[in-house]
Design a protein. Structure first.
Length: 402
């Protein structure tokens, strides 16, 4: 374990200038180039060794494993090109840069992995129907065991780098390498079974390897399509931005945070910040401008803040807020509310506010909840007339789904 870490640190310090500044776009690109070059070199070496071994022992599972490594090398080449293209700065047609190219290149990689797996699947079916003679040698097993060790190191290497720069592409590559460990282990098992018992399970193992390759490809596609389609906000990022804004004097609270991802370390966000209504708008505006500037410097996020003036010294409004909070807690502890406005009339008091509800609420449940809130508040004061807007949070409710 220590040797693996030392090797990773040695490569990072040697080839990544300013490696500690992982939020910098150029540093991230250097990490990506390093991972790609290591992947290309290791996978080409493994392909060459395994294809020669597979031909010599007449093993389809070994050759299947070899072509899996070749597809991994091609994947690393595409990743390299994608990282370099994603590094391009913003221009008049792409004001937020080209960072999403990294996701697109990873999706192409996923497609190639699935295609290789499918081809191996068809070949393995043929070998099951028409098995061929195999040859066993100790050197064959030794080469495959060495391959398992290399792939295990590559998986840990990519995972380490992926965690450093928060790269879903590298984490997916790490998962693919660990999947290769399982596939090569199965191939080694088929040779050992043939050498010990003389039973040829090569086609069956090749079939298992091909399925494992396709599953790895599908998983990579899922990981890379998610940010392209649009993901819910990671709860950690949601909390980080929310706490960053609310730490400033003059900010009462925040809500309606939305984050748009334009590639790794390229994000734009908007948030509603509640400010005291009795403070001059110029003062609040100056605070908001300061937060936006410092958010970009410290978090690397282009933040746009919408100001919501709220009552902070009106005891009556504060009491109504407490009433609404108590009612929501009694109905569902997951409910939140914001943007309360109290409008007095001759015969009634309009309470206008938004309620944030879980995504498992359907339309019928929404209407029922709205009526129950109105009825509960009306019992507290018959003059209350509620105008409630139901909305969902843009934050992921289940962190494990990210």
């Amino acid at each position: 374990m220590r040797e693996r870490r030392n090797m990773t640190e040695l490569l990072v310090k040697r080839f990544v200038k300013g490696y500690k500044n992982t939020e910098d776009v150029d540093v991230r690109a250097s990490y990506g180039v390093l991972a790609s070059m290591v992947g290309i070199c290791c996978n080409l070496l493994l392909f060459t060794a395994k294809i020669l071994l597979g031909i010599s022992v007449h093993s389809i599972s070994v050759m299947a494993d070899a072509f899996n490594n070749l597809s991994d090398a091609a994947s690393s080449i595409i990743s390299f090109v994608g990282v370099k293209m994603a590094q391009k700065p913003a221009d008049e047609h792409h004001p937020f840069g080209h960072g999403r190219i990294e996701y697109i290149s990873a999706f192409i990689v996923a497609f190639l992995v699935i295609q290789v797996g499918f081809s191996l699947f068809k070949t393995s079916i043929g070998k099951i129907q028409n098995p061929q003679e195999m040859a066993f040698s100790t050197i064959s097993v030794m080469i495959l065991v060495l391959s398992i060790g290399v792939k295990l190191w590559m998986g840990m290497f990519n995972r380490s780098l992926g965690k450093r720069i928060h790269s879903t592409v590298m984490m997916a590559t790490a998962a693919d390498s660990l999947g290769d460990v399982a596939a090569t282990s199965a191939t080694t098992l088929s040779l050992l079974v043939f050498g010990v018992a003389g039973v040829n399970i090569d086609g069956i193992v090749g079939l298992i390897v091909s399925v494992a390759v396709m599953i790895a490809g599908v998983n990579i596609a899922k990981d890379t399509l998610a940010p392209l389609i649009g993901e819910a906000i990671d709860p950690k990022v949601y909390k980080e931005i929310k706490e960053f804004v609310e730490k400033y004097d003059g900010i009462v609270g925040t809500h309606d945070l939305i984050v748009h991802n334009y590639g790794p370390s390229r994000s734009m966000a908007s948030i509603h910040a509640e400010v005291p209504s009795d403070v001059k708008i110029e003062v609040n505006h100056e605070i908001v401008d300061q937060i936006e500037r410092e958010c970009f410097k410290q978090l690397g996020i282009f933040l746009v803040i919408h100001m919501d003036p709220v009552e902070t010294h009106n005891e009556r409004v504060t009491a109504i807020k407490d009433q609404i909070a108590a009612v929501l807690l009694g109905l569902d502890s997951r409910l939140e509310f914001h943007d309360l406005r109290v409008v007095d009339g001759n015969q009634r008091i309009n309470l206008i506010f938004d309620v944030v509800i879980p995504r498992d609420y359907n339309e019928v449940m929404r209407d029922t909840l709205r009526n129950r809130i109105s009825e509960a508040l009306n019992k507290l004061d018959s003059r209350y007339d509620c105008i409630i807007t139901m909305e969902n949070s843009f934050c992921a409710e289940n962190p494990e789904s990210i």
